[in-house]
Design a protein around this ligand. Structure first.
Ligand SMILES: O=C(CO)[C@H](O)[C@H](O)COP(=O)(O)O
Length: 428
């Protein structure tokens, strides 16, 4: 049976939470405890000291990401209680050599982090010959958001060096198992454990996956299917958080409840009272599209009603957003069709045929182009530029994951200000 080491990465800012989370992760089966770079930046070597005190018998890893002054940084981490100290693989050879010398002096090991290295195979060989103890096939959190994969990186270096291999970057139970099958000796997991609402249970699932890896081939999905799958898991607030509080449409209300609209936009430029283009646009939609209609914010006349909704359902339209009004809201609610508008008013207008389908439009304070992604729920609607849709969807899932652990801590009696140490982080 394989026994890879499970290293939990404490990538959080608050030391009091880090100790508790580490206890739960160890109870779930984590072997090594990493004091993550964000925790070191937030709390300094006090974090390494405190984790060492709390876990006297454990291997403690200090993710210093050393780029310069190798001796000083290895020394401070070792003296604080670390057994393994991390250096950037891309640091100059002089830095790596200094780290190795200092590590020998203080009886600790050096792990080199391949994040962003141009030629990982060649660099892994150099690192081994420079005396590094462990090479880490690491894809950073920002790189994960654009689809880079740490198991692919691990596969590229497996068998190229004889020192132990670690792997890190967005791993969950399934990818951790793949990593062990690909040759990982040390599996490093951050977010999937430490941001979880059930840290112990998540660590246990990873432990079981790496101890008895059963590898199901990942299902092949198009990028659009992946984006939709990700957006379906998150809320409109998660998405705007992921976009640094941008993208939200103003003045828009959900007119139907308990339903959500996710999909690429088909846009309509129309004029108050003229419902021809909004209705013609239904026939342009593919299943899963969201119809986004600019109707000049009119609140005295509706370009959309029940019959249009029934047509849209036939085409598989995922929802409708109107910078204007809608009518027949009672019937549309009964159809459970996602509809968002500024107002409801019973007046229809005339099908005159002015306007345009699939042109760039303004909508409730945002610009929407055909193919931009829409995520709309009872909090409102967010538009995501199509070029960033995958990245924003991944980041939105990170936002959601971050909230899981915070929610669990509030459920245990903490307040939000306590969990996030709000006073400490106020801008000075
Ligand atoms: O070093 C790191 C980020 O630079 C993380 O510790 C590492 O990526 C593991 O965390 P996650 O599983 O959340 O990716």
């Amino acid at each position: 049976m394989t026994h890879a080491t499970l290293q939990v990465a404490l990538d959080i800012l608050e030391l009091h939470r880090a100790v508790r989370i580490a206890e739960e992760a160890v109870a779930g089966g984590a072997d090594w405890i990493e004091v993550g770079t964000p925790l070191i930046k937030s709390e300094g070597m006090a974090a390494v000291r405190q984790i060492r005190e709390a876990f006297p018998g454990r291997v403690i890893v200090a993710d210093m990401k050393i780029a310069d002054t190798g001796t000083v940084e290895v020394e401070m981490a070792a003296k604080a209680g670390a057994n393994v100290v991390c250096v950037l693989a891309d640091a100059d050879d002089t830095v790596i050599a200094e780290c190795v010398r200092a590590a020998h002096l203080y009886g600790v090991r050096v792990m080199a982090d391949l994040i962003n290295v141009a030629d990982p195979v060649a660099r892994a060989r150099d690192l081994a010959s420079l005396g590094v103890d462990i090479v880490n096939a690491h894809v950073g959190i920002d790189q994960q958001m654009i689809g880079k994969n740490s198991v692919d990186l691990l596969r590229s270096i497996a068998g190229e060096v004889s020192i132990p291999l670690a792997v890190a970057g967005g791993l969950d139970a399934s990818t951790a198992a793949q990593a062990v099958a690909a040759g990982a000796d040390i599996v490093i997991v951050g977010g999937w454990i430490v941001k979880s609402g059930d840290v112990e249970g998540s660590a246990r699932r990873i432990r079981e996956a790496i101890d008895a890896p059963s590898i199901a081939p990942p299902a092949k999905r198009s990028v659009d299917e992946e984006i939709r799958g990700l957006f379906m898991q998150v809320s409109a607030p998660n998405v705007t958080d992921a976009m640094h509080r941008k993208g939200a449409m103003n003045g828009l209300f959900p007119l139907t409840f308990g339903v959500k609209a996710v999909g690429p936009a088909v846009t309509v430029q129309s004029f108050p009272g003229d419902w021809a283009k909004p209705v013609e646009a239904i026939d342009v939609c593919r299943p899963g599209d969201v119809l986004v209609i600019y109707n000049a914010a009119a609140t005295h006349v509706s370009p959309w009603g029940e019959l249009a909704t029934r047509s849209a359902i036939n085409r598989g339209v995922a929802g409708v957003i109107i910078d204007g009004s809608a009518r027949d809201v009672d019937d549309i609610r009964a159809l459970k069709f996602p509809l968002f508008a500024r107002a409801c008013v019973p007046n229809a207008g005339e099908p005159k045929g002015f306007g345009e389908i699939n042109a760039e439009i303004p909508c409730c304070g945002q610009t929407v182009r055909p193919g931009d992604w829409i995520v709309a729920d009872e909090s409102g609607a967010v538009v995501v530029p199509k070029e960033r849709a995958y990245e924003v969807a991944r980041r939105a899932l990170e936002v959601k994951k971050n909230e899981e652990r915070v929610r669990a801590e509030i459920a245990r009696g903490s307040t939000l200000a306590e969990v996030q140490e709000l006073y400490k982080w106020e801008k000075k």
